[in-house]
Write a protein that binds this ligand. Structure first.
Ligand code: C2E
Ligand code: MG
Ligand code: MG
Length: 419
C-alpha cells in the first residue's frame, strides 16, 4: 500500500516537473528450489539479504517494496525528462541492482548464489494508470524469465532498443577483438635514479565509430560479458611478443612489461598454464613479465589464488598489487601472497601534497611494503613535488605523466632511447 501511495505521489510530481520515473519488478530466479532444498529459514535469510542489497543500491528518494514471495518492486523517481536518457538511467540502476544481487550470500554459514530477473517500465505524469504500470513491469519481468533469466528487460521495445546502446557496444567489441583492432600503449615505469626500467601495458581501442575508447569505457562491459577472457589472452600474447622483440635489441632488452589481469581472468582454472604457454610460444623472458592484480582478487578462494601466483612466480613471473589501498586487502592474505610489490593507487598520490590523510596513507603503504619485504611503486605521479614527497617516504619506483603518458610502442621506444 505504501508503494502504491508513493507511486501516485511520484506520478503527480512527474506530471508537474515532466521528469520520468521507473518501476522495476524484481523476481529472484529459482528461489523455490532454495526453499525446498534448504528450508524456509534459509529462504527467509535470503529475502532479508536481498532487501538490504536493494535498499543499498538505490537513492533515499526511491522506494523499495516487497510484493510477496520473492517479488520485489523498486520505484525510481526524478530520472531525466528525456525518454531515452531516462531509459538509460533506469538500465544503469537496474544493472547495479542485478550485480548487487548476484554477489554470493552467506546464509547462516553456507554460501548461496542467486540471480534475479528484472522487468522495467518508465512513467511520466498520469499517461498510464497505476494498475497498467504494474502490469507492464510484471510482463517485462516474465519476458526476462522466458529469455533466460538474470537480465533486465524493458516493457516497451523502443526503450529496450535505447538501453541496447550497450549491446551494440558489446557486438562492436566482440568484432574488434576478433579483428585485432585493439592496441597496447606503454607507460614508462621509472626507478628512484630516473632510469626507465619498464612499462605498464594499457589497452586502447581505436573504435571506427566512437573514436579511441579508454579501458574505463569498455573493460567493465568486457568483464560482464565474458569478453575479458579472449581480450585478456590477446593482451598477454601481445605483451609477451613485445618482450621477445625487445629482448633482441641490446638497448631495450632490459625493459619489463606489467600487464593488468582482471579478477575474472585470474580465476579461470587454467590461467597459470595459459600464461606459461604464451611465454613458451613467444619466447619471452618470464623475469620481464609482471602481472598486476587487484585487491578484489583477495576476497574469496584465496588459497587457489596463492597457488597460481606461486606457480607462476616459480617460473620467474613477477606480481604487483595494483590500486593498493582502494580495496579490502586482508593483511593476513597479503602476508601469504608471494607478491613483489605494491602499487600505491593514484587517488592517494594525487592529493599527497595537499591532503594530510592521503600523505599519511601513502607513507603507511610504503612502510607496510618495506616491512613485508616488498617493493613499492607509485602510480599517477604528475608533479615533481609528488615525486619528492614519495621519494622521502622511501618509495622506490614511479609511473605517471611527470615522466611520460602511455604511448604507442614506437613513441615509447623513442622515449626510452632519449631518456
Ligand atoms: P591502472 O592499471 O591503475 O592504470 C593506470 C591508469 O592511470 C592508466 O589509465 C593511466 O593512463 C593512468 N595514468 C597514468 N599516469 C597518470 C597520471 O600521472 N595522472 C593520472 N591522473 N592518471 C595517470 P588507463 O590507461 O585509462 O587505464 C585505466 C585502467 O584500466 C587501468 O588502471 C587498469 O585497471 C585497466 N586496464 C588497462 N589496460 C588493461 C588490460 O589490458 N586488462 C585489464 N584487465 N585491465 C586494463
Ligand atoms: Mg595497472
Ligand atoms: Mg592502478
Amino acid at each position: 500500500m505504501l508503494l502504491l501511495d508513493h507511486l501516485k505521489q511520484a506520478m503527480l510530481a512527474s506530471h508537474r516537473s515532466g521528469v520520468f520515473g521507473a518501476l522495476l519488478f524484481i523476481d529472484l530466479d529459482r528461489f523455490k528450489a532454495l526453499n525446498d532444498s534448504h528450508g524456509h529459514d534459509k529462504g527467509d535469510l535470503l529475502l532479508q539479504a536481498v532487501a538490504q542489497r536493494l535498499t543499498a543500491s538505490v537513492r533515499e528518494c526511491d522506494t523499495v517494496a516487497r510484493l510477496g514471495g520473492d517479488e520485489f518492486v523498486v520505484m525510481l523517481v526524478s530520472l531525466s525528462g528525456c525518454r531515452e536518457d531516462a531509459a538509460l538511467q533506469a538500465e544503469i540502476i537496474g544493472e547495479k541492482i542485478r550485480t548487487a544481487l548476484n554477489r554470493p550470500y552467506q546464509l547462516d554459514g553456507s554460501e548461496h548464489q542467486c540471480t534475479a530477473s528484472i522487468g522495467a517500465t518508465l512513467f511520466q505524469g498520469h499517461q498510464t494508470s497505476v494498475d497498467e504500470l504494474m502490469k507492464q513491469a510484471d510482463l517485462a519481468m516474465y519476458r526476462t524469465k522466458e529469455s533466460g533469466r538474470d537480465r533486465l528487460r524493458f516493457f516497451d521495445p523502443a526503450m529496450q532498443t535505447a538501453a541496447l546502446g550497450h549491446a551494440d557496444l558489446e557486438v562492436c567489441l566482440r568484432r574488434a577483438i576478433g579483428e585485432r583492432q585493439l592496441v597496447l600503449h606503454y607507460q614508462a615505469q621509472v626507478a628512484a635514479d630516473g632510469r626507465v626500467t619498464g612499462s605498464e601495458a594499457l589497452l586502447r581501442w581505436p573504435c571506427p565509430e566512437r573514436g579511441v575508447m579508454l579501458p574505463a569505457e569498455f573493460i567493465p562491459l568486457a568483464e560482464r560479458s565474458g569478453l575479458i577472457l579472449p581480450l585478456g589472452t590477446w593482451v598477454l600474447e601481445a605483451a609477451c611478443a613485445q618482450l621477445a622483440l625487445w629482448a633482441s635489441r641490446a638497448d631495450l632488452a632490459h625493459l619489463s612489461i606489467a600487464v593488468n589481469v582482471s579478477a575474472r581472468q585470474f580465476h579461470e582454472a587454467h590461467f597459470a598454464d595459459q600464461v606459461l604457454a604464451i611465454l613458451a610460444q613467444t619466447g619471452a623472458n618470464p623475469n620481464r613479465l609482471q602481472l598486476e592484480l587487484t585487491e578484489s582478487l583477495l576476497v574469496d578462494n584465496v588459497d587457489a589464488l596463492i597457488e597460481k601466483v606461486a606457480r607462476l612466480k616459480a617460473s620467474g613471473v613477477g606480481f604487483s598489487l595494483d590500486d593498493f589501498g582502494t580495496g579490502y586487502s586482508s593483511l593476513y592474505y597479503l602476508k601469504r601472497l608471494p607478491l613483489d610489490r605494491l602499487k600505491i593507487d593514484r587517488s592517494f598520490v594525487r592529493d599527497v601534497l595537499s591532503d594530510p590523510n592521503d600523505a599519511a596513507i601513502a607513507r603507511t603503504i610504503v612502510a607496510l611494503a618495506r616491512s613485508l619485504g616488498l617493493g613499492v611503486i607509485a602510480e599517477g605521479v604528475d608533479s615533481e613535488g609528488q615525486r619528492d614527497f614519495l621519494a622521502n617516504a622511501g618509495c622506490d619506483a614511479y609511473q605517471g605523466y611527470l615522466f611520460s603518458p602511455p604511448l604507442p610502442v614506437a613513441d615509447f621506444e623513442a622515449f626510452v632511447l632519449r631518456a
